[in-house]
Design a protein around this ligand. Structure first.
Ligand code: HEC
Ligand code: HEC
Ligand code: HEC
Ligand code: HEC
Ligand code: HEC
Ligand code: HEC
Length: 257
């Protein structure tokens, strides 16, 4: 047994005293080894966030079999806060049961009907791999044509070439790039987990996302073309927004005065 695995298991055995053992019985040692392996390769292991950081209550020292978002919150304030402001997290924020695909109006995968929308819905909490969270996780629930068409886009083509990355970079355009935009918070860049934020008003996405890579006109002409949105931007825009013509007209009149 490798030392770090032994450590992981030892910590877990230490964490599973008395009554907790019973609830842990359903976890096989193979599952435990898999969890340990996922954690070992994660950003958490690197930052010395270990099993007990999540599975033990800081104050009461009680064992926690299934940590919740309050556990994450102690270290990831912004993620938890913003999650609670969007459609995904508002129910938890208001003390209701988590959102599930069964409650949705939008088309969802049949297999995901009862999946709870919490931090684990997108994050494998032991690997916390954000490449997987950025597209594959979304498509485990979402089943509308815009979502399904992502794979045909130039954006997806670019991301597909980056699958070996540890995390998406500034050239990646994933579902999350547009719907969970990265924002500067003091010294760092954090992910805004409010999945409603860039939807309304629609041009907020232009400012927050598209303009990092495209021009203003190109971006507006894409965002306000409903067919192109449904096709998940699989073509250059051909819409000529009236606004831009009006602005140019105004500019011409101004300069000729
Ligand atoms: C970042 C926080 C975090 C860390 C670190 C962490 N876990 Fe977990 N673990 C969770 C959460 C959250 C769940 C509940 C997942 C769910 O409800 O699907 C969980 C669930 C589990 C389960 C139950 C799995 C199941 O299928 O029922 C086991 C066993 C487990 N963790 C073991 C470990 C071990 C061993 C380590 C260290 C190698 C570890 N965890 C590190 C957050 C963490
Ligand atoms: C004890 C503090 C602590 C707890 C509790 C914690 N994390 Fe973390 N988490 C960290 C640190 C530290 C990092 C690394 C941050 C960095 O490198 O900037 C991190 C990184 C991450 C990342 C980014 C991984 C990457 O590869 O970039 C995700 C996603 C994440 N945590 C999710 C969670 C979730 C979900 C929970 C709750 C189940 C949780 N964390 C609980 C401290 C914590
Ligand atoms: C809808 C899917 C989804 C849900 C739900 C979700 N995340 Fe994330 N999270 C992501 C994606 C995708 C990224 C990486 C995005 C990127 O790098 O562009 C990410 C990044 C992160 C990061 C690293 C960046 C940062 O801001 O520090 C942390 C930490 C994190 N999530 C914590 C959480 C916590 C805590 C929860 C629960 C409140 C949660 N996430 C719920 C998809 C999700
Ligand atoms: C556990 C299933 C699940 C996962 C995983 C998931 N979603 Fe959702 N999402 C939902 C449900 C359910 C709704 C509500 C739909 C409705 O009410 O019709 C929703 C709504 C949305 C909305 C619409 C928000 C609004 O205010 O109208 C967007 C955008 C969205 N999700 C993007 C994403 C992205 C991007 C990811 C991955 C990073 C993701 N989702 C992952 C279940 C999921
Ligand atoms: C380049 C940016 C971009 C990418 C990439 C992208 N979307 Fe979207 N998405 C949009 C825009 C723009 C809208 C329309 C917003 C509106 O109607 O106000 C939208 C709408 C949605 C909606 C519907 C919201 C509603 O209420 O009708 C969902 C769900 C969604 N996206 C999920 C996804 C998922 C899942 C992926 C990845 C598989 C993805 N998106 C990739 C830009 C993007
Ligand atoms: C991280 C950079 C980046 C971001 C952010 C980004 N894109 Fe792109 N986009 C690209 C690249 C690179 C291409 C491919 C350009 C090429 O083929 O010349 C592209 C291509 C496109 C295309 C053309 C697709 C085709 O088949 O030719 C459209 C339309 C588009 N993007 C719209 C958007 C919109 C709308 C947004 C914001 C919601 C956005 N993009 C955000 C980098 C980005």
């Amino acid at each position: 047994m490798k030392p770090i695995l032994a450590l992981g298991l030892a910590v877990l055995i230490w964490l599973y005293p008395g009554s907790a053992i019973a609830s842990a019985n359903s976890v096989t040692s193979a599952q435990l080894q898999e969890i340990d392996q996922q954690w070992k390769n994660s950003a958490h292991a690197l930052a010395e966030v270990n099993c007990s950081s999540c599975h033990q209550d800081e104050k009461t020292k009680q064992f926690i079999a299934q940590p919740t978002l309050e556990t994450c919150q102690s270290c990831h304030e912004f993620a938890v806060e913003t999650f609670g402001w969007g459609k995904h997290g508002i129910r938890i924020h208001e003390g209701l049961s988590p959102l599930t695909p069964a409650m949705a109006k939008l088309p969802m995968k049949k297999s995901a009907q009862d999946q709870l929308m919490n931090c684990n819905a997108c994050h494998n909490v032991h690997s916390v791999n954000t490449v997987q969270a950025s597209v594959d996780s979304c498509l485990s629930c979402h089943n509308d044509s815009h979502s399904l068409n992502y794979k045909n886009s130039r954006h997806a083509e670019i991301f597909a070439k980056q699958k070996d990355l540890i995390r998406p970079n500034t050239e990646s355009v994933t579902c999350a790039t547009c719907h969970l935009p990265r924002q500067e918070r003091g010294e760092t860049v954090l992910v805004n987990h409010n999945n409603t934020y860039t939807l309304l008003p629609r041009d907020r996405m232009v400012k927050e996302v598209c303009l990092n890579c495209h021009g203003v006109e190109y971006s507006y002409n894409s965002i306000f073309d409903d067919e192109l949105v449904e096709a998940n931007f699989d073509n250059p825009p051909d819409l000529e927004l009236k606004t831009f013509e009006l602005v140019r007209d105004l500019e011409r009149r101004r300069t000729s005065q």
